[in-house]
Design a protein around this ligand. Structure first.
Ligand SMILES: [Zn+2]
Length: 285
């Protein structure tokens, strides 16, 4: 049995990026630990939820439901505030935007969690922070710094393959009506988003775990009913089940550090065989 620690920025990021892998690992008897950096309170919520008051409490309850669906064994909250897409979210007294936190300070918090949980593998985010949210970039920097101190465990970064994402984004731009689904992000953002396909090391087939992934996404209902802005979750949940499985049936990881305490073959056992995109083979000839 191994322990894999996933560090995420906002409640719902675990659902979109790594929920299938988390469900797969827990189904195979491994311990899955979820670290959440922020309360997600700057997230877009529907009028209905917002008028109920406590957005952070709503998102915490949703996160707990998602964690149960995925078989999460332990859960840690760093307790920062969501920084917002522009990094300027207004926060209450005594609260701190995650993107403004000192990298060394957050890394030290993460190292204590990795030690307490005896992490065998740690998972952060790619260097682009996906589509560039400042809190996602902060996850990238802080988990890397922590993994350089806690050298026992290999470090993987959750990501998506850039080229197919860019193709989809270009299609959406060609259909002007669908552009609001991109949440105001311009096409230049997508040219450097996520990770080039030939830098991806593991592609996890989560189609057998798609029911749990769907349950995890559905748990984040306040995001799915947002009145405005990117309605990614809502759009995804409306997909017919076979298409949902096709779109979300694989999750992607880039390997950064091998970990000096890792058993040989550990990553292959946990994350499946090394990913070899067809193009990479062609390029070698
Ligand atoms: Zn996020």
């Amino acid at each position: 049995m191994s322990t894999v620690v996933f560090v995420h920025a906002h409640p719902d990021d675990e659902a979109l990026l790594t929920s299938g892998t988390m469900a797969r690992l827990s189904a195979h008897g491994h311990r899955v630990v979820l670290v959440m950096a922020t309360d997600g309170a700057a997230g877009l919520v529907s009028q209905e939820v917002a008028s109920d008051g406590d957005v952070a409490a709503t998102r915490q309850a949703e996160l707990a439901t998602s964690g149960r669906a995925l078989g999460v064994s332990a859960f840690h909250q760093l307790g920062y505030s969501d920084s917002g897409l522009a990094g300027d979210a207004v926060v209450g007294p005594g609260q701190h935007r995650f993107a403004d936190a000192e990298v060394d300070h957050v890394a030290a918090e993460l190292v204590s969690i990795f030690e307490a949980e005896s992490a065998d593998v740690v998972v952060g985010y790619d260097r682009s922070g996906g589509y560039g949210h400042p809190d996602h970039i902060q996850v990238h920097h802080t988990v890397r710094r922590a993994a350089e101190i806690y050298t026992f465990a290999p470090l993987l970064e959750a990501t998506l393959p850039r080229e197919p994402m860019l193709r989809v984004v270009k299609l959406i731009y060609a259909q002007r009506w669908a552009v609001p689904a991109l949440g105001g992000l311009d096409i230049e953002t997508w040219r450097t988003a996520y990770t080039p396909r030939d830098k991806i090391d593991y592609r996890v087939d989560v189609r057998p775990n798609i029911t749990q992934k769907r349950a995890s996404l559905a748990a984040h209902a306040s995001q799915a009913t947002a009145d405005d802005g990117p309605r990614t979750l809502s759009a995804l949940l409306k997909l017919p089940k076979p298409i949902f499985k096709w779109v979300l049936g694989r999750e992607y990881f880039h390997k950064v550090l091998a970990g000096d305490g890792a058993q040989p073959g550990l990553l292959g056992e946990l994350f499946g065989p090394r990913y070899e995109p067809r193009r990479r083979k062609v390029a070698r000839n």
